[in-house]
Design a protein around this ligand. Sequence first.
Ligand SMILES: NC(=O)c1ccc[n+]([C@@H]2O[C@H](COP(=O)([O-])OP(=O)(O)OC[C@H]3O[C@@H](n4cnc5c(N)ncnc54)[C@H](OP(=O)(O)O)[C@@H]3O)[C@@H](O)[C@H]2O)c1
Length: 212
Amino acid sequence: MNNQSLKIAIIGPGQVGVTLAKLWSKTGHEIFLGSREPAKAALIASELGQNMQGMGIADAAAAADIILFSFPWYALIDVQREIGKCEGKVIIDCINPITSSGSLALGHKWSAGEEIAQTFPLAKVVKAFNHIYLGHFEDPIFDGSPATAYYCSNSDEAKGIAVQLATEMGFDPVDIGPIKHARYLEPLALLWIQMAFHMGKGADFTFKLVNR
Ligand SMILES: NC(=O)c1ccc[n+]([C@@H]2O[C@H](COP(=O)([O-])OP(=O)(O)OC[C@H]3O[C@@H](n4cnc5c(N)ncnc54)[C@H](OP(=O)(O)O)[C@@H]3O)[C@@H](O)[C@H]2O)c1
């Protein structure tokens, strides 16, 4: 496994962004938290510890080679205005394009992953971690075995980054093909949300790939 130290910008230091920032900084990666409120990001970074700095969105994206998108779907255009083309960078997209009524804003023939890849044609976009509940990032072991972390991308380099990060966190990364398959992965996250929060199953389960 490639376990190089990475420079990672986290755009959207909310629940997911802060959880992943903590985990990734602990494994030696350099984290740049990018917020619409740079002072807030700087405070969060100083409270979370070493290997982390907080700043504005554009500065964070410029400082890193890898950029995690952990903001709401509706914010994509705002963020794009701030960060430009991201030429040559890897974008990790963990966004679920959820509407205010809780359904998918797009799907079946298109996905947030594909929209992001089209919006940033000079970047290498990988869809990953969107189907993993934030409470599972720190403890991915279920019944003694690691939860599956599905990912898809048209870039082998971006897939390699997803594999490195997922493996370091203790997940079992599984390649599900090109970025086009984000249109199947995003509904999986919505199925998890339905089962967990609308069917009374609770959050203590995951979808695992098993092989015969
Ligand atoms: N919650 C989960 O378990 C989970 C799991 C997997 C994937 N996801 C996905 O991860 C993303 C983040 O989820 P979350 O639960 O972490 O949400 P959250 O706690 O609400 O955090 C989202 C962050 O996005 C930033 N943001 C909001 N509007 C923005 C805008 N217009 N421009 C730029 N930044 C903006 C905010 O940061 P600032 O105010 O500091 O700018 C905010 O902290 C969502 O797309 C979600 O579908 C969530």
